[in-house]
Design a protein around this ligand. Structure first.
Ligand SMILES: [Zn+2]
Length: 329
């Protein structure tokens, strides 16, 4: 079986690794809850998620509100789907059976069976045909190539607020007597965290940058009570650090082609290459790089990708079918 199985489609060997340190602030109250605590005859409290965080800077552990990586990753996947749909590219949410393992290989079990018996290059050929959302954020049986860490606040910026309201008792229908309190993080709290990725071609980095800027531009929000004026966040444009290792140009700050069918060389004049051959962007250079990538997505990759991807998806389907036929023979 002759298949196009690009090495970057696998997670090993690592051809490129990316580390992005980010800071963001909430412009509106932010509420990432831990669910309702309801006791009969008592007030309903809706606290925010808090964790004990150790701060290496002063060696103190504090209980603070956090943004779990899973929350941020979920929002980013939604943003990515929005960006893909705008380019006419199929994308899956990853919820239940809405993923490429099911769509391309007719089911998780089949893909799992294939993976046990298939050569690594055949698996890569199938994964290369995944929609970019499944490729980046993962599916039930294929790992995410993006890891979003927990975002923790700068202690001096944290302020918590509480709103009190009167709700409707669903049992009696009476509108009085049910008092609830909603806790939230006051605007202006600064959260920092790290996003890492492996084997992301330039076009996938461009898509990620576009997704992150959709969040920054306010098209999407984080947490609960979004329709009630909560959850708007913004990147701190003068902060951050981006380090890319692998497929980095030697003489100028630029990323070389990783996916030969889609990528073009991406120049990032606001960044530099360090003595170890890594591309490093710092401070305002990070936001500048993100903007350049997002613009590359909107123009070049959004036009080029759909056709290549359609070919790869068809090839992936054929590989799955052929493997099924081979297994039955
Ligand atoms: Zn998919």
């Amino acid at each position: 079986l002759e298949v196009a199985a690009p090495l970057w489609a696998g997670l090993v060997p690592v051809l490129r690794s990316v580390r992005l340190e980010l800071s963001l602030a909430n412009l509106e109250p932010l509420r990432i809850g831990i669910g309702e605590r309801v006791r009969l005859g008592e007030a309903i409290n809706l606290p925010v998620l808090k964790e004990r965080v150790y701060y290496a800077s002063d060696g103190v552990a504090r209980v603070v509100p956090v943004i779990p990586g899973s929350s941020l990753k979920g929002v980013l996947r939604t943003a990515t789907m929005t960006a893909l749909t705008a380019c006419g590219i199929e994308a899956h949410s990853g919820v239940k059976s809405d993923n490429c393992v099911v769509r391309l290989c007719d089911g998780v079990k089949l893909f799992e069976d294939l993976r046990k018996s298939m050569r690594a290059d055949v698996v890569r050929a199938v994964v290369a045909g995944f929609c970019p959302a499944c490729l980046l954020y993962g599916t039930p049986s294929v790992s995410s190539r993006l890891r979003v860490g927990e975002f923790v606040p700068e202690p001096s910026t944290v302020r918590l607020g509480v709103k009190t309201g009167v709700g409707i008792d669903r049992r009696s229908g009476a509108s009085a007597n049910v008092i609830y309190t909603v806790e939230y993080v006051e605007p202006g709290t600064v959260f920092s965290g790290v996003v890492t990725a492996v084997n992301t071609p330039n076009w996938l980095l461009a898509l990620f940058a576009r997704s992150l800027l959709l969040l920054d531009e306010g098209w999407l929000k984080i947490g609960g009570f979004k329709s009630r004026g909560m959850g708007l966040v913004s990147l701190l444009k003068d902060r951050g650090r981006l380090v890319v290792e692998g497929a980095v140009a030697r003489d100028v700050p630029a990323l070389e082609v990783l996916d030969g069918d889609v990528d073009r060389v991406e120049e990032l004049p606001g960044c530099r290459t360090d003595e170890e051959g890594r591309l490093v962007c710092e401070g305002p250079g990070v936001y500048e790089a993100l903007r350049r990538f997002a613009a590359a997505w909107d123009g070049f990759y959004c036009q080029r990708l759909p056709e290549v991807l359609e070919r790869r998806r068809e090839a992936a389907r054929q590989v799955c079918r052929a493997s099924v036929a081979g297994g039955e023979a």
